[in-house]
Design a protein around this ligand. Structure first.
Ligand code: ADP
Ligand code: MG
Length: 525
């Protein structure tokens, strides 16, 4: 089956060929002819990364009457990032169809610029619900001639509390319009929207409902909450070419994990709703052009975003809404590529694994956080490969060669190799020298073992070093969990220390850092 067989016009065919689309994906194959030919409402469910934007975007553009200067179609989506992304993608499809004007409207950017763009003759609007309502209120947007409305990532719009806004927006569109809903998952709420807003829609499900893309490897790593950060870093250090997203549950965790990574010398940045529009654009820009290696994001901020070649998705915590797991892991393995999704799970949250498995219809495989030795081996081999592949600039080094040979003459080849490797590697080796095994044996899962669950790894092995950059090694002292805390009358660490020394007959010098919490404490020994 080709795009031509689907009934697309030459203008569109030319544009998508240029974009490198050779064959339609399954959802495109099923949706495009139906959306071109029938007047029914439509629900299209397909896994993440399978090209849903083109599945609705191409038939939408084809049906725009460019002689008619009015807004003929509206696409609603949950975030500004998605809004910008869809607009860009659609603009590319429309490259050879003269007179199609696609305008993005979203919050945080100049509303007067957007009003001007609308007045200049927009015929397709891509909007977030909030800004769209704003523009309706200001009489800048009128949907009397809208004949198609797309709801993209409808469940996320509902999660974000846009239900009322969507109601109002849809009320301002004519009764004859058609509504197309596209999603990767079909939670109850989406089903409800379909029932509320759509009349006997034509439904197409590609693959299994709510399932995830085929080519994603789903894994989980079992570690204590306080070791999560270190587990994350070990995975990152173990895959030199890694390019990925770390999902956190809250904005605060997102910011915290990103800051820690940056402090530890990684190319990372945060994306969440507390940032200004400018900051968010800057971060997305850096991620898209791969200036940053790791995007640390909330579910909302990263919903639907399409960035090429993401190799890894990390779940710092599993999401509260299990559907989000599918959307998260779907940021990788896009357009037929493959990817890895790794959930960092503490023992108390291990029951969630089953929920995820049920959601995606697949088992998650246990993966161990790489050991210090694994990581050093991997990094060493990477360095050796760099040595093999480096292009020698003979001219540039010529003036120094004689001198270099002379001063290294006393060493054998073996010694030289060891020395060159050590220059790069001593710090790295040192930082992982005392790295202990942070993996938890799944057979030992017991409730209540892990008291330090929600933290972002602030406590515990606070010093696990980044190889070669900063490093002070893993904290060598052992941390002991004590089941007394402030609630037991210890108002400060000193009181607890005094009590312990008295009871155990030891002196304060042999006790390390104490972290005192409401019902428990940690102590270094
Ligand atoms: P979804 O919304 O289903 O998650 P997108 O619409 O964001 O997926 O598309 C994912 C990526 O695949 C985009 O980069 C898009 O340009 C690309 N793509 C879509 N359709 C095709 C196709 N038929 N052939 C090749 N690439 C495609
Ligand atoms: Mg999409």
């Amino acid at each position: 089956m080709t795009f031509k067989d689907l009934g697309l016009s030459n203008e569109l065919l030319k544009a998508i060929t240029e974009m490198g689309f050779e064959q339609p994906s399954e959802i495109q194959e099923k949706s495009i002819p139906t959306l071109l030919e029938t007047e029914k409402d439509y629900v299209g469910l397909a896994q993440t990364g399978t090209g849903k934007t083109a599945a609705f975007g191409l038939p939408m553009i084809q049906q725009i009457d460019t002689d008619y200067r009015a807004i003929q179609a509206l696409i609603l989506c949950p975030t500004r990032e998605l809004c910008i992304q869809i607009t860009k993608e659609m603009t590319q499809y429309a490259k050879y169809k003269q007179g199609v004007s696609i305008v993005a409207v979203y919050g945080g950017a100049s509303i007067s610029d957007q009003i001007r763009a609308i007045k200049n003759g927009a015929n397709i609007i891509v909007g977030t619900p909030g800004r769209t309502i704003d523009l309706i209120d200001r009489k800048a947007l009128k949907f009397d001639s809208v004949s198609k409305v797309v709801l993209d990532e409808a469940d996320e719009m509902l999660n974000m509390g846009f239900k009322e806004d969507i109601n109002l927006i849809l009320k301002s569109t004519p009764a004859f319009k058609r509504t197309w809903l596209f999603s990767a998952t079909m939670p109850k709420e989406v089903e409800k929207i379909a029932n509320t807003y759509m009349e006997d829609p034509f439904k197409v499900v590609v693959g299994i409902k709510n399932s995830s893309a085929e080519n994603i490897e789903h894994k989980f790593c079992l570690v204590n909450g306080r070791d999560k950060y270190f587990a994350l870093r070990r995975f990152i250090d173990h895959y030199p070419g890694l390019f990925g997203i770390v999902f956190c549950r809250t904005r605060r965790d997102t910011q915290e994990v990103a800051e820690k990574l940056m402090n530890d010398g990684y190319n990372a940045d945060a994306l969440h709703g507390d940032l200004s529009q400018g900051q968010r654009d800057a971060v997305m820009g850096k991620f898209r052009n791969k200036t940053i290696q790791l995007l640390v994001a909330t579910d909302v901020a990263a919903r639907g975003i399409d960035v090429d070649d993401i190799t890894h998705i990390f779940h710092y915590d599993l999401p509260d809404e299990i559907e989000s797991y599918t959307h998260r892991s779907g940021r990788t393995a896009r357009a037929g590529k493959s990817g890895i999704s790794i959930a960092l799970i503490s023992p108390t949250k291990s029951s969630k694994i089953k929920l995820v498995e049920k959601q995606i219809g697949k088992k998650l495989d246990l993966v161990k956080a790489p050991s210090g030795q694994d990581i050093c081996g991997m990094q060493l081999m990477k360095m050796i490969n760099n040595v093999k592949e480096v292009k020698v600039n003979e001219k540039g080094i010529a003036p120094f060669v004689a001198q270099i040979h002379e001063s290294l003459a006393e060493y054998s080849k073996e010694e030289l190799i060891e020395r060159f490797v050590s220059v790069e590697f001593n710090l790295f080796l040192k930082s992982y020298e005392k790295a202990s095994d942070i993996n938890i044996d799944p057979s030992r899962i017991r409730q209540g073992r892990d008291r330090d669950d929600e933290g972002s790894g602030r406590r515990g092995r606070d010093n696990e070093g980044r190889g070669g950059r900063r490093s002070s090694g893993e904290e060598s002292a052992n941390r002991v969990f004590i089941n007394v805390g402030k609630m037991d009358g210890f108002e400060n660490k000193g009181q607890l220390l005094g009590f312990i020394c008295n009871q155990a007959g030891i002196d304060g010098g042999s006790v390390g850092k104490i972290d005192l919490f409401d019902s428990f404490a940690f102590m270094g020994v």
